[in-house]
Design a protein around this ligand. Structure first.
Ligand SMILES: [Zn+2]
Ligand SMILES: [Zn+2]
Ligand SMILES: [Zn+2]
Length: 552
């Protein structure tokens, strides 16, 4: 993160308001209210009286300011000139663009300066777009020559343009499941008391097979990536354009800007900064819900799952009976803050003006916040260097179908992001009738059983009974080595196979084939270290094909 986003988060405020309003005294009263909108009302009435609420939460701060824009631009200049840190300078210029008042000279200057970064890194198409944006605004006459010179130079070098893409084309569903629109027909949804809704294999599945490829129901950009990823489509973009009214939303194109505004941004534009954290995905979900609520009954039959719809995600089971009071109350505080802000928004109040709407938005905000605590997916991109691999957060998303996969400390699947598309692949052979599993973060070889069980119980309210938990498998250092790996495998794994060159692409393909062969050979030794090494290789190669952080 370039360190330009700071400030208190929504989480901090909800905790603060819980304490200040003495909400712990309201436990019985709160728990007796089964209707979610009544819970929000109770909390709303307590917290909106507080000074903290009036002075900090209710105050709008997200206004354009030329003064602020200029200050940020100068910080960008400093980075550009003295340190040659082009990517961070570019992020500052984009922030300066977001803060500049519509049509101002400041806006023109920020576009012009950003075009210099783009020029240096050979993003000529984007550079040209920014130069034209600057020239169409009130750009100072005395500096125009310099900008026109840059423009002329770009025209001659266009052929050396660098490409902006951060993942390969995603795999497609080959044999579509007739009941699950984002999945292969190799799986099906089942229900039982023990596992709730879960997914099983309806035929034998091989390692590497794609099981589902799902678009998010909704997503928001992460602060770490907000100046280089579109807030609507999450695509990588080095010359974002701002929302015309607020400083918080940026887009890759006019299409994304208007799609976002018309879709839901008109309701949240001008929100208080604390509602613009990754958590605000819950507000987006609630707003989608308001829009879809009327359509739900008229939707398709219940056994057909259209997964990028609100209808599916709102049905996710969260074992609410196991939540403690504070965990039940925090969503009501967050919902109250969001509700307060929405009620201040004319676009919102003119569209949703009945008592029923009022009740629904409170319910949906509350439920959506809970869903977001339980099923948030952190979209990441991975950076590969010769010495290390690190990941960067792109956004937070909610997925309805992928949330159906249950947890195992020895999962037979992993998921991979291609932008905001989530692709689930088998990372072990799965027998017909066997449950399809992913890991919710705990793997048996990394974390001892007691710690895993504690985390899973505390966060997801279940006792894990996967084979590692049932048979007390030790962590990696205490595992037997297992059958020998082939010499070829050991030799190739020691090379840097993730440098993006074509010969390494071939090597990856060969390694994938050999790893799959070895997996079947070592399978009967499970658990053992060598099987884990092979499985890691498979996962890493698939991960490399998905979202990765590219050099600017
Ligand atoms: Zn976009
Ligand atoms: Zn806005
Ligand atoms: Zn387990």
């Amino acid at each position: 993160m370039c360190g330009i986003e700071a400030g208190k988060s929504l989480e901090t405020y909800t905790q603060l308001l819980f304490e200040e309003a003495d909400l712990h005294l309201k436990e019985n009263e709160f728990k007796n209210l089964s209707d979610f909108s009544d819970r929000v009302d109770l909390v709303y009435n307590c917290i909106t009286k507080l000074n903290t609420f009036k002075t900090e939460v209710a105050k709008h701060q997200d206004r354009k300011s030329n003064r602020e824009s200029e200050m940020i631009r100068k910080q960008g200049n400093d980075l550009f000139l003295r340190q040659g840190n082009y990517l961070v300078a570019l992020e500052y210029y984009t922030k300066s663009i977001a803060y500049a008042e519509s049509g101002s000279t400041n806006l023109a200057l920020a576009y012009a300066n950003r075009s210099a970064c783009l020029y240096e890194r050979r993003y000529y198409k984007q550079c040209l777009e920014d130069i034209d944006r600057a020239l169409s605004l009130d750009y100072p006459e005395k500096s125009k020559q310099k900008l026109l010179k840059r423009k002329a130079s770009v025209e001659t070098q266009k052929s050396k343009q660098k490409q902006v893409s951060y993942y390969n084309s995603p795999p497609v569903i080959k044999s579509k499941n007739p009941l699950i629109d984002c999945a292969e027909d190799s799986i099906e949804i089942q229900y039982n008391k023990k596992y709730g809704r879960h997914v099983i294999a309806s035929r034998d599945i091989k390692i590497g097979e794609v099981l589902s490829a799902e678009n998010s129901v909704c997503h928001v950009v992460h602060p770490e990536s907000k100046y280089i990823h579109c807030h609507e489509c999450l695509e990588l973009c080095y010359n974002l354009i701002p929302c015309e009214s607020c400083c918080s939303s940026l887009y890759c194109s006019e299409e994304c800007r208007s799609k976002c505004y018309e879709g839901y941004h008109k309701y949240e534009c001008q929100f208080h900064k604390i509602l613009l954290s990754p958590l605000m995905v819950f507000i987006k979900l609630a707003l989608i819900g308001m829009n879809d609520l009327k359509k739900i009954e008229a939707d398709c039959p219940d056994n057909i799952h259209l997964f990028n719809s609100f209808k599916e995600i709102i049905k996710l089971e969260m074992n609410e009976e196991n939540w403690n009071y504070i965990n039940l109350c925090i969503p009501a505080i967050a919902a109250s803050i969001a509700y307060y802000t929405l009620k201040e928004n004319q676009e919102f109040t003119s569209k949703y003006d009945t008592d029923e709407d009022d009740c629904n938005i409170k319910k949906l905000l509350y439920k959506a916040y809970m869903i977001n605590t339980f099923f948030p997916f952190n979209i990441k991109k991975i950076r590969y260097t010769p010495n290390y691999i690190e990941s960067k957060r792109v956004g937070t998303a909610l997925y309805a179908f992928t949330s159906f996969y249950n947890h195992s400390c020895v999962p037979n699947c992993e998921f991979f992001y291609y932008g905001s598309l989530i692709v689930t692949r088998a990372q072990a052979p799965i027998k017909k009738g066997e449950q399809v599993t992913i890991s919710y973060g705990s793997y048996f070889y990394r974390t001892p059983k007691a710690t895993r069980q504690e985390i899973l119980k505390k966060t997801y309210f279940f006792n894990c009974d996967c084979k590692a938990c049932t048979h007390n498998w030790p962590t990696i250092m205490d595992l037997p080595i297992g059958k020998d790996l082939s010499l070829w495998f050991i030799l190739k794994v020691s090379q840097n196979i993730f440098d993006g060159t074509e010969s390494n692409q071939k090597l990856q393909d060969e390694l994938l084939t050999e790893s799959k062969r070895l997996y079947y050979e070592l399978e009967e030794d499970q658990p053992c270290q060598n099987l884990l090494r092979v499985q890691h290789m498979i996962t890493e190669i698939y991960a490399y094909q998905a979202s990765r952080d590219v050099e600017f």
